[in-house]
Design a binder for this molecule. Structure first.
Ligand code: F3S
Length: 398
């Protein structure tokens, strides 16, 4: 691999032992993928934060790194295992929370911003078209590649963190324009009316394409919130890291006018496919005892919609809306949190229904409007799920 003088100096320890170790690992990783060089990055997003998923070994890793090197660019964390500002009210244990706080403090000690979200692009970590970044949460990677048009591989937590420390990542995969072309076309003859339907499409398409790049022909522009939902679903049932939507996403024209486009397989999607996949994501028809929204973390407009739906009502079951601390603060300023809390709901920050130990609380059935959450909750939390639209879920618990 060709390294610049600066990269070689880092590799050889001129900038400290920590950076040298990071470079050594990243160069080895690059060699595995035949990367010809390293590429500078402008931001990072690091998964492997929840104590539920990384345990004590992960905690030790973070604390150990803190002694050797700091990140050198904008780096945010993925959701943690608990809302550390509100853990007691939500019912999480003190022991778990203490470990979670240690992990976050460990990342903080090397300069990582302690905000924990899978939608960093909603709170200022928003690269520009063609910028190279190293992000690791799968829905965030899908969004940054597809909707923003920046370039990231689907990093592991450690490789994103190492990249943040040296400001470089190996140049392979999604960093190379040619690898971002479409591989399979989904011609969708259906007018989507809600997020559960678009999530069902993503869940269906992800299983077909696995790690290939889907190209969607849709009747209408789904909008930012639904594109977030679509990418999360694609990345959970498959390993998709970039998709295109004709006339909507920034590199769709590049994909459409690529010389291979006319030879691609076309999958026709109709209403039946969408509805069958939507219905198939529920594991029970019981009423949820917790409706959990915000997967990926809710935008302010999604919270506004919930506030409108619950305004003046009293919920009979629990309602959580998962989002980042920053979006929660905006929600408070706009009065949405007051409306939601008056109805009995909670804005839960910096964690989510999948990476939190929800299974340790007294819930049996989670209501979700995210195909990704519906896909993961039964396995990761051992709970039943009802998958439906936000309107229908709130109706069920009102
Ligand atoms: Fe984000 Fe958790 Fe969903 S990390 S994408 S809210 S599973």
């Amino acid at each position: 691999m060709q390294l610049t003088k600066y990269e070689e100096d880092m590799y050889n320890g001129e900038y400290g032992e920590g950076k040298a170790e990071c470079m050594e690992i990243l160069v080895s990783l690059g060699k595995i993928y035949d990367a010809e060089k390293m590429i500078p990055i402008t931001s990072a997003q690091v998964s492997g934060v929840s104590y539920k998923t990384i345990g004590d070994a992960g905690l030790d890793f973070v604390v150990d790194l803190g002694l050797k090197a700091d990140v050198e660019l904008e780096t945010m964390l993925n959701p943690a295992g608990v809302d550390i500002e509100n853990w007691e009210e939500l019912g999480f244990s003190e022991e778990f929370t203490k470990k979670q706080i240690d992990i976050i403090r460990g990342y903080e000690s090397i300069g990582v911003m302690s905000t924990c979200t899978c939608t960093p692009y909603l709170i200022g970590n928003t690269p520009l078209l063609n910028e190279h970044v190293a992000w690791s949460e799968s829905s965030a990677v899908c969004y940054v590649n597809s909707v923003i048009g920046a370039r990231s591989n689907r990093e592991g937590g450690p490789s994103a963190l190492l990249a943040a420390i040296v400001g470089r990542t190996p140049y392979y995969g999604n960093h190379i324009l040619e690898n971002r072309k479409a591989d399979i076309i989904f011609d969708v003859d259906y007018d989507f009316t809600n997020e559960a339907e678009i999530g069902a499409l993503g869940y269906y398409a992800g299983q077909i394409v696995n790690d290939k790049n889907p190209y969607f022909k849709l009747n209408t522009n789904p909008g930012r919130n639904n594109l977030k939902t679509l990418g999360a679903a694609l990345a959970s049932s498959g390993a998709v890291s970039i998709y295109h939507v004709e006339d909507v996403t920034p590199e769709a024209d590049f994909a459409r006018y690529h010389e291979t486009f006319d030879e691609l397989e076309v999958v026709d999607v109709d209403e039946k496919i969408v509805k069958d996949n939507l219905d198939g994501l529920s594991t029970t028809d019981k009423v949820p005892d917790l409706v959990c929204l915000g997967c990926p973390h809710a935008s302010i407009s999604e919270i506004q919609k919930v506030a409108q739906l619950v305004n003046g009502k009293k919920l009979k079951k629990d309602l959580w809306i998962c989002t980042s601390k920053a979006i929660k603060a905006i929600s408070q300023q706009c009065g949405f949190s007051d409306i939601i809390e008056a109805a009995g709901g909670k804005i839960v920050s910096d964690t989510c229904m999948v990476v939190a130990p929800v299974e340790e609380l007294d819930y049996e059935v989670l209501g979700v409007n995210s195909a990704k959450a519906a896909n993961y909750v039964p396995n990761m939390c051992k709970l039943d799920v009802v998958y439906d639209t936000v309107e229908n879920l709130i109706d069920m618990i009102t």
